[in-house]
Design a protein around this ligand. Structure first.
Ligand code: FES
Ligand SMILES: [Fe+2]
Length: 375
């Protein structure tokens, strides 16, 4: 798991403004809430007084009040009131919790979980064509008992389709029709496939004009935890899926799934599209929850990669680069201290001020000096 990326925390619909929402991401607790202006905030969920869980607290005058002794925290993470000290009480400088940059879009509250400055960090996730005329989007969340990297790698794998997905019938992978591209934050595999034969898949029921010329698929990752897949049956029959993955812990992931289509735009088709998408996801889940080991092996000698696995290799090279920059959490250290130490993912404010109560979550050591790191 990696700090310094944008992670989905909760949905806009969950964050009603009347109660905070708890989320567990990168094994650590976070809380989301709306202030009096409706602005969403994401904080570390550990009260620095004596460890109260802020997400069990209440919203009071746009602040989040701890359920234990009522300390009130603003969206900035600063404590603004300690009731036992009275309204004029002196607030200690250390009475602050980490507050993370937030963007709210596509019905999802995303937080940047890391301390990079705005100019260093990757851009928040973007969905091309979202809200544009001729496109329709749906959002659903679901939980899987799998490590998030296994899920991303599954989506980047063009070979599994014909074996895992009954829906896609006899879509044959052809290595000579595959192309892999990459840039600093992403890799994409583009595959031109033979369309399914008539009568072998439900896909053709969507529309009856499968066009071999336009039949293509691509999948790619953006950053560590976003997967984007695109299936084009023709230019007027395009289905794009965005999987914003929330690594909960080393064997659980919550997926915020936005599906886009440029056909069948009527609302009455939403339920059927969601049903088809979840059925496909269910076929993937059945496989990736049974992989051994649960997490990606540390050594490449423990797998045999062949043609078709290129995009997975690209993803892993990106992850390796982010590990060298010092962004990879030390999961073993986190597990070893469970119950004894409260950690926090460092927020950007930690670069500007000192005196933080919670220690920054342990990271594997960087192997690239900061000056040589791409940013
Ligand atoms: S633990 Fe939060 S106010 Fe005491
Ligand atoms: Fe799949």
């Amino acid at each position: 798991m990696y700090i310094d990326f944008w992670y989905p925390i909760c949905t806009t619909a969950q964050l009603t403004g009347t109660a905070p929402v708890k989320a567990r991401v990168l094994t650590l607790p976070f809380v989301a809430f709306r202030d009096g202006d409706g602005q969403a905030h994401v904080l570390s969920d550990t009260c620095v007084h004596r460890g109260g869980g802020l997400s069990r607290g209440k919203l009071v005058n746009g602040r989040l009040a701890c359920p234990y002794h009522g300390w009130q925290f603003e969206g900035s993470g600063h404590c603004a009131l300690i009731p036992s000290l009275g309204p004029d009480g002196n607030i200690p400088a250390r009475a602050k919790v980490d507050s993370y940059p937030v963007v709210e879009r596509y019905g999802i509250v995303f937080a940047f979980l890391g301390d990079l400055s705005e100019t260093e960090r990757p851009a928040p996730p973007e969905i091309r064509d979202y809200g544009q005329p001729g496109w329709r989007a749906g959002l659903v969340t679901f939980d899987i008992d799998a490590y998030f990297e296994r899920s991303i790698e599954n989506g980047l794998d063009p070979v599994h389709n014909e074996f895992v997905h009954a829906l896609q019938g006899n879509i044959k992978f052809r290595p000579d029709r595959m192309q892999v591209t990459e840039d600093e934050w992403s890799s994409t595999v583009f595959v031109r496939m033979d369309p399914p034969k008539k009568g072998t898949t439900q896909l053709e029921n969507l529309r009856d004009d499968l066009n071999p010329e336009h039949f293509s698929a691509s999948s790619g990752h953006y950053g560590a935890n976003t997967l984007i897949t695109r299936i084009s049956l023709s230019k007027d029959n395009v289905f794009v899926q965005y999987f914003f993955e929330q690594p909960v812990d080393a064997s659980h992931t919550r997926i915020f799934f936005v599906n886009m289509r440029n056909c069948m735009l009527e609302e009455q088709n939403d339920a059927r599209m969601e049903q088809i998408n979840l059925a496909i996801a269910g076929e993937d889940i059945a496989v990736i929850t049974q992989l051994n080991p649960v997490r990606t092996p540390e050594s490449s000698t423990k797998e045999v990669l062949v043609v078709g696995d290129e995009c997975i290799g690209q993803y892993r090279r990106h992850l390796g680069e982010w590990e060298r920059r010092g962004w990879r959490l030390d999961l073993k250290a986190l597990e070893a201290t469970a119950g004894d130490v409260a950690w926090a993912i460092p927020s950007p404010e930690r670069r500007r001020s000192k005196n933080w109560v919670l220690d920054p979550a342990p990271l594997l050591p960087a192997s690239v000096p900061p000056s040589a790191r791409r940013s």
